[in-house]
Design a protein around this ligand. Structure first.
Ligand SMILES: NC(=O)c1ccc[n+]([C@@H]2O[C@H](COP(=O)([O-])OP(=O)(O)OC[C@H]3O[C@@H](n4cnc5c(N)ncnc54)[C@H](O)[C@@H]3O)[C@@H](O)[C@H]2O)c1
Length: 267
């Protein structure tokens, strides 16, 4: 068991979860900050070799400093999830350099217009959100499958959102693309149900990250007021459920969207 000294919480969870991801390789898109970075850190502390993929080179460099400080091995790839050849090359290079790819947690996304009713949304803005959030999710899932299917094992987790289940007023591009992610997972999960590769989604309510900081303050109030627990979710709470979904233990779950909404979701 590997203990990362210096933090009581890391010692406690190392005792609770003895390297669930030992000898595994995990790629996290959007891993340079926010939810992606937190999930990646926990996967790494639990034994996985981590590859962070993000389009933001400066944020990737800062993330590496955090991983090094916590003694978690990490590699990085600068890439755009909306560009299929870049993502195909990224997945192939992980398999050729690390020998395998076991886990993909797909967090890269953009929020697009907020506090903006549909009649005021520019088509160009909608297209941009679609290209990253839904088309990019299809590209990441397709290329992850190509890397994982030969091993007959894999765990793919796509970050959807409560906005995709319920719709947030003022956020129609984001909400509709996240609904698309939920549909993508339902369908692809069935396509590969007998392959050893599971494909699931997670639908959080508000988690304080740079993405939420980009939203209009009225939008953040609207979303937070809707949470029955009257608080935001924490990054640690996201990492806990995400890491279970991509662990070997979660062998009978595919095509599902897991809730993380403090009671907001009713289905
Ligand atoms: N934070 C929340 O409240 C919340 C709630 C529900 C769902 N989510 C979802 O969780 C995921 C992570 O959200 P977050 O809050 O950590 O976001 P964030 O904005 O803090 O981080 C997103 C990361 O994705 C990267 N990225 C964006 N577009 C990219 C592209 N085309 N190619 C490669 N990298 C790209 C960014 O550079 C950034 O590092 C997203 O899918 C988001 O929609 C977040």
């Amino acid at each position: 068991m590997r203990l990362v000294l210096g933090s009581w919480s890391s010692i406690i969870f190392a005792l609770m979860y003895p390297e669930r991801f030992k000898n595994q390789v995990a790629l996290v898109t959007g891993g340079a900050q926010g939810i992606g970075m937190t999930v990646a850190l926990r996967l790494g502390r639990e034994g996985a070799h981590i590859v962070l993929l993000d389009r933001n080179a400066d944020a990737l460099a800062k993330a590496v400093e955090v991983f090094v400080a916590q003694k978690v091995p990490v590699s990085t790839i600068q890439g755009d999830i909306a560009n299929e050849s870049e993502i195909e090359h990224a997945m192939e290079s992980v398999v050729s350099q690390q020998g395998r790819l076991d886990v993909v947690v797909h967090c890269a996304a953009i929020v697009g217009p907020t506090n903006t009713p549909l009649a005021e949304v520019k088509v160009e803005d909608f297209d941009q959100v679609y290209e990253v959030n839904l088309r990019g999710s299809m590209i990441v899932t397709k290329q992850a499958l190509k890397a994982m299917l030969p091993n007959k094992y894999g765990r793919i987790l796509l970050l959807a959102s409560i906005a995709g289940k319920e719709g947030n007023a003022g956020m129609s591009p984001y909400s509709s693309t996240k609904a698309g992610v939920i549909g993508l997972v339902k369908s692809a999960g069935k396509d590969y149900a007998e392959s050893g590769v599971t494909i699931n989604a997670l639908a959080p309510a508000v988690i304080r990250t740079p993405m939420v900081d980009e939203c209009h303050p009225d939008q953040v109030k609207y979303m937070t007021d809707k949470i029955p627990m009257k608080r935001c979710g924490t990054l640690d709470e996201v990492a806990a459920i995400a890491c279970w979904i991509v662990s070997r233990e979660a062998g009978f779950n595919t095509g599902a969207t897991f809730d993380l909404s403090g009671g907001r979701a009713v289905y």
